[in-house]
Design a binder for this molecule. Structure first.
Ligand SMILES: [Zn+2]
Length: 106
């Protein structure tokens, strides 16, 4: 994960490549991630959508939907074991793809 970076629209445009999918983390305090999400198409737009709710972000681009999902699972389980998340719903696999979570097998 790259970050933390300050979550402001201009910052995101400068730091995050456009048209790339990946996983991102959000926080109000740079030491405690409280949201883990993924964008299959555009990481930049997905992160910017949260700029009023969170102060910091991290991101990791992915080359495929499969890689993106797997990274999402690892981040999710890491953070759940590190104090929990605002939304503790397990990541869902990409549509029409039969992939299991590499951590818990769900
Ligand atoms: Zn899992």
């Amino acid at each position: 994960m790259r970050g933390p970076y300050l979550l402001r629209p201009l910052q995101v445009d400068i730091i995050v490549p456009s048209g790339v999918g990946g996983v991102f983390c959000l926080a109000k305090n740079p030491r405690k991630v409280v949201f883990v999400g993924r964008a299959e198409q555009d990481l930049r737009d997905a992160i910017k959508a949260y700029w009023k709710q969170y102060e910091f972000f991290w991101f990791e681009p992915a080359l495929s939907k499969r890689e993106c999902y797997i990274n999402h699972c690892y981040c999710y389980h890491n953070q759940m074991g590190n104090g929990g998340l605002d939304d503790d719903t397990h990541p869902a696999p990409p549509e029409k793809m039969d992939i299991k979570c590499p951590v818990c097998g769900k």
